[in-house]
Structures are given as C-alpha cells and as structure tokens.
Design a protein around this ligand. Structure first.
Ligand SMILES: Nc1ncnc2c1ncn2[C@@H]1O[C@H](COP(=O)(O)OP(=O)(O)O)[C@@H](O)[C@H]1O
Ligand SMILES: [Mg+2]
Length: 314
C-alpha cells in the first residue's frame, strides 16, 4: 500500500470513492466509514488508476482540487507574547477553494493565527505562505488577494452601512458602478438593505458583524478570513450568514473561518483544524473526525482528545 495513494483517496468524498470502487469492481457495503473505504481502496488501486478515474467528468471537482494545490501553507509557526505561547509550532495546509474551519476554545490561538496570515501580527518563528507569497516578506501582494473580517468589528460608527462599504470598496480601487451594484447585492443578501441609511452607531452587535462581513468581502477577494463572523447574532441572522458563507464556497473561494460554535464548523467546513493551546490537535473533514473518534459531533471529538469542552472556556 502506498501512502501517496491513500493521500489521494482521502481528498475524494465518499460518493467519489464509491464510484472508484464500482469502476474497479470492488464491492463496498453501503454503511462503511470513509476511513475504512480509503484503507480498502488503498490496497486495491494504484495512483495511476485514481488519476485515470478522476478525469471522468463526474469527478472533475476532485481533480481540480488536486491540481490547484494549496492556498495557504503554515510552516512551524510560533507566536510568543511575553509568557504566553499563543501559537506553538503550527503546521497546516489549506487547499484552494476549501472552506476551512479553525475550531478551538477561547484563547486557543485562532485570532493570533489569522492576524499573522493577514499581516496584522508578525510571527516569532516560522512563517506562512499565502498563494506563494511569504507573510514575512510579501505582505503587500497578499493584501490584494485577501478579505478580512476581524474578530473586533472594524467599521466607522459615524458612517451608515452603505458609506462604510463604499469606503472599503474605494480602498480597493473598485470601479464605482461595480461597487454600487455589489453593495446593493450584499446588503440585500445579509438583510441590511432596510437599515443601510442608518449610522452604524445605532447597530446591534449582530448587525455590526454583518456589516463587517460585507466590508471584508466587497472587493470579491479570492481568499477570505472570517474571524468569529457570527458572534452576537441571533439565530435567524446566524442562519442567514451561514447561507451566505455557503454561497461563497460555491463560488470556489478559499475561506478560513474561525469559530467556537461547533455546529457552525460542522455544518460549513470541508475540513476543520481543531486547535488547543496554539497546537493542532486534529485535522480532517468533520464527518471523518467524528467517525475516527466514534462521536456524534465535533464537541465530543474535542472532549475525547483533551478531556475538556470547547465551550467551557467561553
Ligand atoms: N496582544 C497580545 N498580548 C498578549 N497576549 C495575547 C495577545 N493576543 C493574544 N494573546 C494571548 O494569546 C492566546 C491566544 O489568543 P487568541 O489568538 O486571541 O485566541 P482565540 O482567538 O483562539 O480565542 C491567549 O492566551 C491570549 O490571551
Ligand atoms: Mg479569537
């Protein structure tokens, strides 16, 4: 068995794995876990087999994913704040077009990681490469590719929603017409159109988060960093925001979402990285992690690994 073959197989989803099994005339029971299927196929198919098979149109999505490679590569990243090691030797690759959930309790190092990837904080050691650019050397190039919705709302309270959005859009030198049209669409999608003429000063926490999400995405960035985008939202607003984030995923954007809402990470992410004390403690598609640990949800996965609850620290 070659581990390369298994690596390739792991990138496919269950439906795709069953297609490969069918083509190779291997019978796999309906209720097998992905891990088991990968193990079995790994013994029976070669790398070449997979490459031939994934060029079938129904499997093109997977082959594109493989060809496109990594959007972000985090290498031995360390961030030290006096006596606190906020990020402690993090290694992680995030694929192009992936919705990656960074999940962990308060103080795990999620925001610090995002801050380093987006250039508002410098690594103590190690580095990260965003689309081939190094955060310690080529921040200017990185900034043109990314949109950031920081944990602390970054909007001007004395401007209304539309003015805020148009201000951020003009910072990206967006053509006026495109900016206006996109502003209208995003205000409508996030249900802020009706209040868009009111100054942000009077907005609720949830409304500010939505506005912040729009300003982060106004330039239609290839890579979006969303740090706790739904904090302070009521359930209805949260659902609307999830739907919106899902629509970004369908546009093949790369999205890095940090959250301590387990349900959110579970529902949206292609893969999650669970972090604790600045270290990656597990990584994979939510379903696969739950199968591997024999749990019903990601909270239990965290509990099994650490003996603590994610929400305990909140
Ligand atoms: N500017 C700072 N100065 C000192 N300590 C910090 C600073 N920023 C974050 N920390 C500490 O680093 C750790 C990770 O914080 P953070 O990245 O904000 O976690 P998360 O976003 O996962 O809640 C925490 O212990 C926090 O107190
Ligand atoms: Mg945070």
């Amino acid at each position: 068995m070659s581990s390369d073959t298994n690596k390739l197989l792991k990138q496919l989803d269950k439906k795709e794995l069953y297609e490969i099994a069918k083509l190779k005339r291997i019978n796999i029971p309906k209720d097998w876990s992905k891990t088991l299927i990968v193990e079995l196929l790994g013994l029976n198919v070669s790398k070449k087999d997979i490459q031939t098979i994934v060029t079938k149109p129904s499997l093109m999505r997977a082959s594109t994913k493989t060809r496109d490679g990594s959007a972000i590569i985090i290498k031995d990243l360390v961030k030290q704040f006096e006596d606190v090691t906020a990020v402690d030797g993090l290694n992680l690759e995030i694929n192009e077009g992936e919705l990656f959930g960074l999940l962990g309790p308060n103080g795990a190092g999620k925001t610090t990681t995002i801050n380093i990837l987006t250039g508002t904080s410098k690594p103590t050691k190690g580095t990260a490469i965003v689309r081939g650019y190094d955060v310690t050397k080529n921040l200017k190039e990185i900034k043109t590719l990314i949109g950031v919705c920081p944990q602390e709302a970054a909007v001007f309270k004395f401007l209304n929603a539309r003015e805020n959005i148009e201000l951020f859009g003009s910072l990206h030198s967006m053509p006026k017409k495109e900016l206006e049209e996109r502003t209208d669409t995003l205000l409508e999608l996030l249900d802020l159109a009706k209040v868009s003429k009111r100054k942000a000063k009077g907005y609720s926490g949830g409304m500010l988060r939505k506005l912040n999400l729009i300003t982060a995405l106004i330039s239609d960035p290839e890579i979006a960093f969303l740090d706790e985008p739904t904090v302070g939202m009521d359930p209805r607003a949260r659902r609307a925001t999830w739907k919106f984030i899902e629509s970004l995923k369908n546009q093949n954007k790369t999205i890095i979402l940090t959250t301590h809402y387990i349900e959110e990470a579970e529902a949206l992410s292609d893969r999650v990285g669970i972090i604790d004390y600045g270290r990656l403690i597990d990584l994979g598609p939510p379903q696969e992690l739950m199968e591997k640990h024999g749990t019903k949800n990601l909270e239990e996965v965290f509990l099994k690994i650490t003996g603590r609850r994610i929400l305990e620290g909140i």
